[in-house]
Design a protein around this ligand. Structure first.
Ligand SMILES: Cc1cc2nc3c(=O)[nH]c(=O)nc-3n(C[C@H](O)[C@H](O)[C@H](O)COP(=O)(O)OP(=O)(O)OC[C@H]3O[C@@H](n4cnc5c(N)ncnc54)[C@H](O)[C@@H]3O)c2cc1C
Length: 309
């Protein structure tokens, strides 16, 4: 713990602070060591304020949303970790030919998609099974069933290291398959505060039926339990990543308490008490075999953060 008492004092003025908080409690994988300092931002002012404060004090800072696309190392994360629980939703309201909804980056994509569908707004219903926050969705241009966030994103408001707000049109984010200016390192030391999305009026009954059908499809295809969704991005070419994991003989393969799912080979399950190192060993094994046997590079969709011991 190297953070000064002045830093902790200033942070506590913004909201509750926990020390040595186990991140396994906050990531869907259920693994990960402690955050030195942990702060839950319940509003945009807290998110911006905590982020700027850390920069001002020279404390490393990590911001996350729902923890559904991170593998946190067993050594944890040094400095400040901020959980984004901002929740404001404004709209939809008429805008040009359609409707605009402004959503805080802490809002769950799935929850928003369901709410819009039930209220009779079309455009986001395909996202009803994406458990992460919209801030996380910007970073990887989250998508499903041949749709992605880029289709409905008009613009974002981001904050820089000083807490200043910048508005950026979607075109400035370089969104494509599971990539953005964030993943490419073109935008750094900045966080997403809110998104403006474009939706259209639709039939609530039909949209809700579509959500139910997608729920059934997802339930049949994806394994239950603690996981991070797809571990690898699909590589360019003929086969999806699960095919390479399977052909490498790793469907159902287990290291310690981590296992490639029998049902969907691009999922790794924490069977209970797995470590980040065990999960990482499975990832590396699949990558090595895919390269050796097929000359294919499997890139992780899940983001590795913190210290791996
Ligand atoms: C069961 C399951 C199913 C899934 N299905 C899908 C799917 O169909 N399609 C899909 O694309 N993904 C899917 N995912 C993965 C995940 O839900 C998405 O990637 C989601 O967008 C991640 O959001 P998050 O809030 O959980 O991000 P986190 O895991 O909290 O963070 C991921 C990264 O984003 C960064 N980040 C988060 N918020 C911000 C912010 N406000 N500003 C700047 N950076 C930020 C973090 O620093 C981190 O680097 C699934 C995951 C699970 C567990």
């Amino acid at each position: 713990m190297r953070e000064s008492s002045a830093f902790l004092h200033a942070l506590r003025a913004l909201g509750p602070v926990r020390l040595n908080e186990p991140l396994s409690r906050h990531a869907t994988f259920g693994v990960g060591g402690p955050a030195d300092v942990y702060f839950v931002a319940s509003g945009e002012e807290h998110l911006r304020g905590g982020y700027a404060l850390a920069h001002r004090e020279g404390v490393p800072v990590f911001v996350f949303g729902s923890g559904s696309n991170i593998l946190v190392g067993d050594g944890g994360i040094r400095g400040l970790t901020i959980e984004n629980r901002t929740s404001e939703i404004d709209g939809p309201s008429p805008n040009g030919a359609g409707y605009r909804v402004r959503v805080a980056s802490g809002v769950s994509f799935a929850a928003l998609a369901r709410r819009l569908a039930a209220a009779g707004y079309a455009g986001a219903e395909w996202a009803c099974g994406i458990p992460g926050s919209l801030g996380g969705a910007v970073v990887t241009n989250a998508g499903a069933y041949d749709h992605s966030l880029a289709e409905i994103l008009k613009s974002v408001r981001i904050a820089d290291a000083r807490g200043e707000v910048i508005e950026l049109p979607a075109g400035g984010l370089q969104l494509d398959y599971r990539n953005s200016a964030f993943t490419r390192g073109k935008i750094s030391d900045k966080i997403v505060l809110s998104l403006d999305l474009r939706v259209q009026p639709g039939d609530a009954r039909l949209l809700t039926a579509r959500v139910k059908a997608l729920d059934r499809e997802r339930k049949a295809a994806q394994p239950p339990g603690r996981n991070c969704g797809s571990v690898f991005k699909n590589p360019p070419g003929e086969h999806p990543s699960w095919w390479y994991v399977e052909q490498a003989g790793l469907r159902g393969h287990r290291i310690g308490n981590a296992q490639f799912s029998e049902r969907h080979a691009n999922f790794i399950l924490n069977l209970g008490g797995a470590t980040a190192s065990e999960i990482l060993s499975l990832i590396r094994l699949a990558q090595e075999r895919a390269t050796e046997r097929f000359g294919v590079e499997l890139q992780t969709e899940v983001m590795l953060v913190g210290e791996f011991t």
